[in-house]
Design a protein around this ligand. Structure first.
Ligand code: B12
Ligand code: SF4
Ligand code: SF4
Length: 309
């Protein structure tokens, strides 16, 4: 059954005209799919980790046995266009947030109907009447069903310094999920803890996403969600919504031109970006940048005194 489901979601991503940009390029590449058991203890633990407002799969569908999650990787041309930006998202990124999510909503609906055609019940929490946006001083803007946390249980990726989920296809993606009574085998979680894929937590290096955020919403203390939201839902749409012909623009600068953009970053890596040198911050031409290389080396095995120096 899982294979038939995976074939169906892949077919929709490949063939559905709603997954097409203005020039015919898809919004999203082929999806990653993971399954969690509806009674996985993590869903109960999320009521402490996230907050007591967070619902479990059984709150959405009391007889649910499985939670199916998918990752829709954003296509390379869109990622490349956002990499070039320093202040606001590219048009392609904004349209992916706006129109790409319209496709993701259709996908949730279609996949719920697909399970029902197979004789099971299914609910997409994000579209359910009981789904709610929640705001509290301790959690900031959040919701009572976090698709990233569901995808973490389903073995699809781990959290990061900038909060995004780093999957085997990186963090430039959108997520979807549904709960169903169809019994499916749970996917294993190929990580040690909830931040294993992020270099900041894994090896105390990187921090590239902090330098990418144009408003300083990322710091060693993490993600200032209030500041980020004001920018993503206030400043950027005010400046660009009409020009891009969208309602929502997103931002995602911290998800592009970073080592975790399209893969799980390796410890031993060479990372290159263009930065403003301290003495040229006031330069009039924004295309003038200094080259900034970061090289991380991981050495295995016994080393002699001389080799250590
Ligand atoms: C509210 C919201 C926002 C808020 C707050 C974001 C946030 N970090 O929570 C604002 C408006 C700022 C926002 C902005 C953006 N968002 Co938004 N947003 C949501 C929404 C609706 C709910 C998120 C939620 O409930 N989070 C719950 C909170 C509590 O999670 P958290 O703070 O990240 O969790 C931390 C703790 O739980 C902690 N933790 C501590 N101990 C433990 C232990 C364990 C075991 C675990 C697992 C975790 C854990 O780990 C986490 C990281 O620190 C979701 C859709 C959905 N229903 O999921 C989209 C969603 C998260 N957004 C998304 C995106 C893409 C964006 C933007 C990039 C905008 C854009 N499209 O360009 C920016 C990115 C900002 C950022 N750096 O995260 C995607 C994320 C996909 C991805 N790549 O990860 C989602 C999933 C939408 C979707 N369906 O694809 N968003
Ligand atoms: S850019 Fe670096 S520090 Fe930021 S989330 Fe990615 S791996 Fe972690
Ligand atoms: S999405 Fe938020 S945190 Fe990321 S670069 Fe934009 S404003 Fe900064």
């Amino acid at each position: 059954m899982l294979q038939t489901f995976v074939s169906e979601i892949k077919r929709l991503v490949r063939e559905d005209p709603a997954n097409r940009q203005e020039d015919g390029t898809p919004y999203f590449d082929q999806p990653l799919v993971g399954v969690a058991a509806a009674d996985d203890p993590l869903f109960q633990q999320y009521r402490q980790i996230i907050g007591d407002f967070h619902l479990t799969p059984h709150d959405f569908l009391p007889t649910a046995t499985s939670v199916v999650c998918w990752v829709l990787p954003i296509v390379e041309s869109t990622r490349l266009s956002n990499r070039r930006e320093e202040r606001f998202p590219s048009r392609a990124w904004a349209r992916t947030r706006d129109q790409g999510e319209v496709f993701n909503v259709l996908l949730r609906r279609h996949l719920v109907a697909w399970f029902e055609q197979q004789g099971y019940r299914a609910v997409a929490p994000q579209l359910a009447g009981s789904w709610q946006a929640v705001e509290r001083p301790d959690t900031g803007p959040s919701s009572n069903w976090s698709e990233r946390h569901a995808a973490y249980v389903a073995g699809l990726g781990t959290f990061s310094l900038n909060d995004a989920l780093i999957t085997s296809r990186g963090m430039a993606h959108r997520l979807g999920s549904l709960v169903t009574t169809c019994p499916l085998p749970a996917t294993s979680r190929p990580y040690q803890d909830h931040t294993s894929n992020c270099l900041w937590f894994r090896s105390g290096t990187c921090g590239a996403c902090m330098r990418r955020c144009p408003i300083g919403a990322l710091s060693p203390r993490g993600h200032d969600k209030f500041r980020c939201r004001e920018y993503v839902y206030g400043t950027i749409p005010s400046a660009l919504a009409d020009e891009y012909q969208v309602k929502a623009t997103g931002c995602g600068l911290c998800q592009t031109r970073v080592p975790c953009e399209f893969c799980i970053p390796a410890n031993k890596s060479l990372h290159h970006e263009k930065i403003h040198a301290q003495d040229c911050v006031d330069c009039d031409d924004p295309s003038h940048r200094a080259d900034h290389f970061e090289r991380e080396l991981e050495i295995h095995g016994e080393l002699g005194e001389e080799q250590r120096e």
